[in-house]
Design a protein around this ligand. Structure first.
Ligand SMILES: *Cc1c(COP(=O)(O)O)cnc(C)c1O
Length: 353
């Protein structure tokens, strides 16, 4: 059976051309700074995104942790969103490994955390309080794009309060492609990046590399992060094999994220139409907005098991399930799903009874 894998953009496999770039990569020992391909990837990303330096690491989780531990000392505090990866999805790493106190704030429906809430959470210089040191944002967040004006406002607030600002840009280029509206995604990415002291981004999601993320920032910051990476066990040796895939992805797979967004728009329109015309689903399924490559489908708890089973039988893989009193499915489009997979997913909803 053909599988339509909408679980995540992390499931992408390297293309033949990417594997070829990996095969031909020149390598050295990156712990000594000797790997020419890792160095080329770091220099390329830093230059194109407007940072002084960059560092290649195995995962986005590790890049975020390197950033948190490089900005904050033991007993410092980082302001984060309740739903964000840095707080919710990294196994408590900042607290466990960094002795950093997270200050989570509720996310608004558009993904932002309101400026007034951030302002209200910044602690005064008082011996009772942790030292507020960092504000971290996430873009895209749950597939939503943070408004550029909001990111500028957070930057201004951080500067005014003497805080550093970090962006978890695991899907930076999905945000940039959406912001660019057909224009240059690199220019849009720079417009986002200039609001942050540091930025992490994944090469292994929509960009299609098998492994790897980048952390970007000033030379001093990246030197501190380099020590943290060693501490976390993230120093790799002939990592150029992996960096070659990342470099290939940045050079060839950025523009094509627009195809993932177009496939998502088709999936969303198809699902809305299928649900409206299906008597069993029409009052029981809600399809969210999906400006990039992630879509949430809220499903009445009474239907979720049958719907999941029908998707499984059709080879359509998604994540999600019951939570609280309801249920939710998540669809993600990427390099390895196209119009045929979208049609298959839509037909499950159309034919569901
Ligand atoms: C995927 C992701 C990360 C990093 O995940 P890894 O699997 O560790 O590479 C970080 N932040 C967000 C928002 C993500 O979606």
């Amino acid at each position: 059976m053909n599988i339509s894998d909408f679980r995540s953009d992390t499931v992408t496999r390297p293309t033949a051309a990417m594997r070829d770039a990996m095969l031909r990569a020149e390598v050295g020992d990156d712990v000594f700074g000797d790997d020419p391909t890792v160095n080329a990837l770091q220099a390329f990303a830093a230059e194109r995104l407007g940072f002084e330096a960059a560092l290649f690491a195995p995962s986005g989780t590790q890049c975020n942790l390197m950033a948190l531990m490089s900005h904050c000392q033991r007993g410092d505090e980082a302001i984060v969103g309740q739903q964000w990866h840095t707080y919710r999805w990294e196994a408590g790493g900042m607290a466990v490994l960094g002795s950093i106190q997270p200050q989570p704030l509720e996310n608004a429906p558009d993904g932002t955390i309101p400026l007034a809430a951030i302002r209200g959470a910044i602690k005064a210089d008082d011996a009772h309080f942790a030292r507020t040191r960092l504000i971290a944002l996430e873009n895209t967040t749950g597939g939503l794009v943070l408004p550029l004006a909001y990111q500028r406002d957070v930057r201004a607030l951080a500067t005014e309060a003497g805080l550093a600002a970090h962006l978890d840009g695991a899907r930076l280029f999905n945000a940039a492609v959406a912001d660019a509206q057909g224009g240059d995604p690199w220019a849009a990415a720079r417009d986002i990046a200039r609001n942050f002291d540091s930025l992490s981004m994944c090469l292994s999601k929509g960009l299609g590399a098998p492994v790897g993320s980048l952390l970007l920032g000033s030379k001093d910051f990246i030197a501190r992060a380099h020590r943290v990476r060693k501490m976390l066990g993230g120093g790799m040796r002939q990592a150029g094999i992996l960096a070659a895939a990342g470099l290939y992805a940045l050079q060839h797979h950025v523009q094509r994220l627009a195809e993932d967004h177009a496939n998502m728009a088709a999936l969303r329109a198809g699902l809305i139409d299928a649900v409206q015309n299906n008597a069993r689903l029409s009052e029981r399924v809600q399809v969210s907005a999906a400006p990039t490559n992630i879509l949430w489908v809220d499903v009445d708890a009474s239907l979720i098991d049958a719907l999941k089973r029908r998707l499984d039988e059709a080879g359509v893989r998604v994540t999600g399930g019951r939570y609280g009193g309801g249920a939710r499915l998540r669809f993600v489009t990427h390099l390895d799903v196209g119009p045929a997979e979208v049609r298959r997913a839509v037909s499950v909803f159309r034919e569901f009874q």
